[in-house]
Design a protein around this ligand. Sequence first.
Ligand SMILES: [Zn+2]
Length: 71
Amino acid sequence: MPFYDLKCKCGEVFNVMASMSDKENRRIKCPRCGSVDLESVFSNVNVIQSRSAAKSECPNIHRCGGCCPME
Ligand SMILES: [Zn+2]
């Protein structure tokens, strides 16, 4: 089963191992307040996504290929 990093509206961030259906059916509860209103936190994925987003939006894409690595 995959691990999920979840964030509750109460501010609690926790890591839980659950099946996809558990997550989709909101069977996961916040350990602090018991709410099922949770959003996923993809710490690693976010970095990758924001990098590729920056790549497509790079103003120098014609010059650097869109990555502007260490400038
Ligand atoms: Zn909570």
